[in-house]
Design a protein around this ligand. Sequence first.
Ligand SMILES: [Fe+2]
Length: 404
Amino acid sequence: MSTADSTRTLTPEERAAELDIDQLKQLVGLVEYDESKDPFPVTAMDAVVFVVGNATQAAHFYQSAFGMELIAYAGPETGVRDHKAFVLRSGSARFVLKGGVTPESPLLDHHRQHGDGVVDLALEVRDVDACVAHARSQGATVIEEPHDVSDDHGTVRTAAIATYGETRHTLIDRSGYTGPYLPGYVARQSGYVKRDGAPKRLFQAIDHCVGNVELGKMDYWVNWYRKVMGFVNMAEFVGDDIATEYSALMSKVVANGNHRVKFPLNEPAVAKKKSQIDEYLEFYGSPGCQHIALATNDILRSVDQMRAEGVEFLDTPDAYYDDPELRERIGKVRVPIEELKKRGVLVDRDEDGYLLQIFTKPIGDRPTVFYELIERHGSLGFGKGNFKALFESIEREQERRGNL
Ligand SMILES: [Fe+2]
């Protein structure tokens, strides 16, 4: 990709995070594409917005355990009566944590129903009106019509469309805006001090955000993303790919043209016991976002740091690493297998390269939302070779919760 293209491709957030196009290519597996034929060009993830039971404390957790930086805030002190919202950054990834303040806050109703979860996978676009017009013509539900929001820092153009469950995609053109997040938010720093020797950040970007939908609905949503947002199919995992002895699921991945934004969509499949997707749907109370994969360029360091801060990861049995077939399949990776084994980091290889990945346990009280750390080295995949080992690990946790 030429330098001129890079200037256009990189968002201001990415430039501010000192990322360049080659790093991003490796981190999230970017490919080249012709934006001029895209009916709904998406430039990046703008933010992942969560509703949580206690945003004040969650903001601390994401700083201490995920190494994120507090950058902005809105709440009663800034004229927002019913909720608090904390904005955190790590590289180009932005999380917004919202919690209800007054008993009447609709966020508390949402939380009662779903627990901590993702309400908005906000997307940065160049032309909000054109995207909404296309989405509407393809049958999407428009929750917020395109409109301007302004403050002293300028104006954003924004709108929102509904996706699975009670999740939305806010669309944002922030090219005319220089504030810390959105109008109404004030810049805010934290008194939180990282431990000596802690890395500057533990992840640089969002790689993918996975949605769990009901049995029989996966293809509906795959087609929805294709029609409404012009996304393309990337990969699919059905049948034996992702079945264990007990439970199964099906998964297809859609992505925007350059693969910067990737949304795998899962549905449960019929099997002997309850699938992890069924468990999610039962405890979340509806379809919703299952996990967010965070791209890191040093997964070992990130895992060590997060573990030291108390983050719990799924464990991987030693047998996974001792399997001669796996050793043969993955070949040479940048670190000794023993280092991966010590930490339970999984590895997978495909025709394009390899990836390292690991999954946290659910981070809230309900067995719903969790995180993945992913370090890509050429592979554009999702760790298909690890699904079986991963799902067996998830089933051991489900069993302990009495939900298998
Ligand atoms: Fe994933």
